[in-house]
Design a protein around this ligand. Structure first.
Ligand code: FAD
Length: 290
C-alpha cells in the first residue's frame, strides 16, 4: 500500500443516466444533495452499444452546465473510432476534462462484433492519440479479477497495459473484502505501477439485486454477508442498517491503510451513500490524515 499514500485523496459519486423524466427529476435532487458534500467529481455510466448513450451525454452536459465537474464513462466495445472521436470532441468543447475509459460489455443479443477497439488499453491509446494529454483518464481495476480474465496473472498484465497506454488513475470494481484490494495493490506495486487506484464502494441496500449483479460482474459477496441479508428477508430497514455498518467498517479499514480516495457507486440514491459518508466523517475530509 506504500505507493498509494503519496496521492492526494479524492472523492467521487457515480450515477447512471435515468430512463424516465421522473428518474431525471429524482436524480437532480440526489445530485444537489451530494454536490453539497463537495466531491471532486461526479461520473455517469455509459451503456455499450445502445440507447443509454444519448442519455449519458445529456446527463453529463447538464451536470457540467451546473458547474459540477463530471466524468463520462466511455466504452469502446461495439463502437467505431469515428463515434468515439465525435464524443471526445463534444466533451472537450463542453469543458469535460476527465473520462472513465472502458471496454464495456456488449448487451446480449447484439452479436459478437467488438468494433474497432477491442480492449480498454486500445481505447486509452486511441484517446491519447486523438486528444493528447487533455483528458485525465481513469480505467477500471479488478481486485477480485475480471470474470473473463484468462488468469489472475493475465488480468494484472492487462491492467498494466492500460496504465502503460496512458491511464492517470483507476477505480476498482466494488468488493466487500478489503484484503483483495490490499493484495491487488501489492501486486501492481511490484509490477512498477504507480497511479492512484481508488476503491469503488457499493452501499448495500438490497439482497437479490446485489447478489445478481455481483455474480455478473465477478464481485464476491462473502457468505456471511449473504446469509445475514438473506435472513432479513423483506426487512429493508435491517438490511440498510447492516449494510451501512459492514460497508462503513470496510471503508474505515481502507482509509486507515491510506487509500487515495473513495468512489461511491450511488445507484442514484443519496441516503445509503451519505450514511457511510457521514459515518466516515468525510465532510471534514481535509482533516483526515494518514
Ligand atoms: P478491459 O480492461 O479491456 O478488460 C476486459 C477483459 O479483457 C479482462 O478480462 C482483461 O483481462 C482482458 N484484456 C484486457 N486487455 C486485453 C488485451 N489487450 N488482450 C487480451 N485480453 C485483454 N460497463 C459499462 O458498460 N458501462 C459503464 O459505464 C461502466 N462503468 C464501469 C466503471 C468502473 C469503475 C468499473 C470497474 C467497471 C465499469 N463497467 C462499465 C464494467 C466494465 O465495462 C466491464 O467490467 C467490462 O467487462 C470490462 O471493461 P474494462 O474496461 O475493465 O475492460
Amino acid at each position: 500500500m506504500q505507493s498509494q499514500k503519496q496521492f492526494k485523496r479524492r472523492f467521487s459519486f457515480e450515477f447512471f443516466p435515468p430512463k424516465t423524466p421522473e428518474g431525471q427529476t429524482k436524480l437532480q435532487g440526489v445530485r444537489d444533495e451530494l454536490a453539497r458534500r463537495k466531491p471532486d467529481f461526479f461520473s455517469v455510466t455509459y451503456g455499450a452499444g445502445g440507447s443509454t448513450q444519448e442519455r449519458t451525454i445529456n446527463t453529463v452536459l447538464n451536470f457540467q452546465d451546473q458547474g459540477i465537474a463530471t466524468a463520462p464513462h466511455l466504452s469502446c466495445v461495439g463502437s467505431t473510432k469515428q463515434t468515439i472521436t465525435e464524443l471526445l470532441d463534444l466533451y472537450k468543447e463542453n469543458g469535460v476534462s476527465r473520462i472513465v475509459a472502458l471496454r464495456g460489455d456488449l448487451p446480449s443479443g447484439m452479436g459478437g462484433d467488438a468494433g474497432e477497439l477491442k480492449y480498454a488499453n486500445e481505447l486509452v491509446s486511441f484517446i491519447r492519440e486523438h486528444s493528447g494529454d487533455y483528458f485525465n483518464l481513469e480505467v477500471a481495476a479488478y481486485p477480485e479479477f475480471h470474470p473473463q480474465a484468462a488468469s489472475a496473472e493475465a488480468d494484472l498484465i492487462n491492467f498494466k497495459k492500460k496504465v502503460d497506454a496512458g491511464a492517470n488513475s483507476a477505480i476498482t470494481q466494488y468488493f466487500f473484502n478489503a484484503d483483495s484490494y490490499f493484495y491487488f495493490i501489492d501486486r501492481v506495486e511490484a509490477m512498477g505501477i504507480n497511479i492512484p487506484i481508488v476503491p469503488g464502494i457499493m452501499p448495500i441496500t438490497n439482497y437479490s439485486n446485489l447478489v445478481r449483479f455481483s455474480d455478473m460482474c465477478g464481485a464476491e459477496v462473502p457468505r456471511w454477508i449473504k446469509k445475514q441479508l438473506e435472513a432479513y428477508g423483506d426487512d429493508s430497514d435491517s438490511i440498510a442498517k447492516f449494510g451501512e455498518e459492514v460497508v462503513t467498517r470496510m471503508c474505515e479499514k481502507l482509509i486507515d491503510a491510506g487509500v487515495p480516495g473513495i468512489h461511491f457507486y450511488t445507484m442514484n440514491q443519496s441516503v445509503p451513500t451519505l450514511k457511510i459518508w457521514d459515518n466516515l466523517g468525510l465532510s471534514d475530509k481535509e482533516k483526515i490524515t494518514f
